[in-house]
Design a protein. Structure first.
Length: 455
């Protein structure tokens, strides 16, 4: 009976996992439901099988401490009247409690759903398909003015791809590395086969550069600054980890400014968003929306250094005059002097979010969690000087997953809220896949990445 139940749970969780990429593109509410299903089923299966070994991992312990502290800081004040906890109220407390489902989703992928190498390969193919679909939608919008559903560019000139708002470039910058790096590794290793000759090696390096440049060109056309900058950082990090791909990666990094320059002719609105608006914001950063958000978040943290304001602390605290210190009047005609005119749902940075939600202890625990994830995902060094093509591709694939997680949690960048969909869903999906690939639960007979057939 127990075996039959666990098999049913296995199938349900696998089905929810493979549907997740589809719904992250169209139907983010359903994608969140898939994440919830996997998280709940993972706890249920652990209880049925009495298997809690996954809780012994370092990152799980740190994640539990961070989550528990976040929940404690979010307790509504009417439950502890003498405290200043949970200034966001009951809604923030419920959201803090539910944050654990994303952590359980990643742990469930690592220790359960993706333990089988076949399931890893299926999900890898789905990432490839998602990357190609988003890229196609962006390209159509850039060339003919609208995507497959007739939606034009966003009003500021950026491309939206399959979405109705500029959300495509951020997931594309994360998916770019676990999809294109293995393809480049495959090309490079084919060029090094015996009897290939110097000309063939040069040709495959050129082909690898062309593959990467195609992805970067789409990033430029998308017209979003932070995803493009993060993609450049990803090229640099991947080049440091993968010596066999260092030449094409660094060559592409050097050519990014050329692509941006070409966009001034091919797509002037993209160029204006990438260069002109970016320069204006950097020259007047303190008075820009990002500078004002940063100042308000630091003021909230200064007033609540130990516990923050609880989950969604920035959203609930930003409009309050108590935190208007140091902000000049933006609209004197407004009742509050315009001090809340720039307030948004979150501080556009995960580390500022951790700070305003749970104070300095929450920030420290969040930093430790990110570091634990990166240590668990590190690709490692290849053994020996000669590597077969399949091993080189697997190394490139794992590097791509590591880079994707690093870019998502890079501290000096504007970002959506930590668990905000769809980008948060892409992140935890890639994180769980990367953790599964790095965990030696079983001997893997083949590379868990989709590879072209041998010629």
């Amino acid at each position: 009976m127990r075996t039959r139940m666990t098999r049913l749970l296995d199938r349900l969780a696998l089905g929810a996992t493979v549907l997740c990429p589809l719904f992250l593109v169209h139907g983010r509410g359903l994608a969140e439901a898939c994440i919830d299903v996997v998280a709940v089923l993972f706890l249920l299966r652990s209880a049925v099988r009495r298997d809690w070994r996954w809780t012994r991992q370092a990152w799980v312990g740190i994640a539990a401490l961070w989550w528990l502290w976040l929940v404690l800081c979010s307790i509504p004040p009417d439950l502890i009247p003498t405290s200043s906890l949970g200034q966001g109220g009951e809604k923030s407390f419920v959201q803090a409690l539910l944050t654990v489902r994303f952590l359980l989703f990643a742990a469930g992928l690592q220790g359960w759903v993706l333990r089988d190498v076949r399931h890893q390969r299926w999900l890898a193919w789905l990432l490839w398909a998602s990357f190609a679909y988003i890229a196609l939608q962006l390209l159509l919008q850039a060339v003919i003015g609208h995507n497959l559903f007739g939606m034009p560019r966003f009003h500021d000139g950026t491309l939206t791809g399959p979405y109705d708002h500029p959300r495509a470039a951020a997931p594309l910058s994360r998916l770019l590395f676990p999809t294109l790096l293995p393809a480049c590794a495959w090309l490079i290793m084919r060029g090094r086969r015996p009897g290939g000759g110097r000309g063939r090696q040069v040709a495959v390096v050129a082909a690898a550069i062309a593959v990467l440049l195609a992805g970067l060109a789409l990033m430029v056309l998308a017209g979003q600054r932070v995803p493009l900058l993060l993609a450049g950082l990803g090229l640099l990090v991947a080049g440091l980890i993968l010596p066999r791909l260092r030449l094409p990666l660094l060559a592409c990094l050097a050519l990014v400014p050329v692509l941006v320059g070409i966009s001034a002719v091919v797509s002037p609105r993209s160029f204006g968003h990438l260069v002109l608006l970016f320069r204006q914001q950097m020259e007047h950063f303190g008075g820009s929306p990002y500078g004002l958000i940063l100042g308000r978040a630091l003021e909230i943290a200064r007033a609540n250094p130990l516990t923050g304001r609880g989950f969604d602390g920035f959203r609930t605290g930003c409009p309050l005059p108590a935190y208007f210190h140091g902000v000049p009047p933006l609209s004197p005609a407004a009742s509050d002097g315009g001090g809340a005119a720039f307030c948004v749902q979150h501080p556009h940075n995960h580390y500022l979010q951790a700070l305003t939600d749970a104070g300095l202890p929450g920030l420290l625990l969040f930093c430790m969690l990110v570091l634990a994830w990166l240590l668990a995902l590190r690709p490692g060094r290849m053994e020996g000087r000669r590597v077969v093509a399949q091993s080189a591709m697997q190394h490139a694939w794992r590097t791509g997953l590591f880079v994707a997680v690093l870019l998502q949690e890079w501290p000096v960048a504007s970002a959506s809220a930590f668990t905000n969909m769809p980008l948060g869903g892409w992140f935890f999906l890639i994180l769980g896949l990367g953790l599964a690939a790095a965990t030696p639960y079983m001997q893997r007979p083949a590379s868990p990445i989709p590879v072209p057939p041998r010629g």
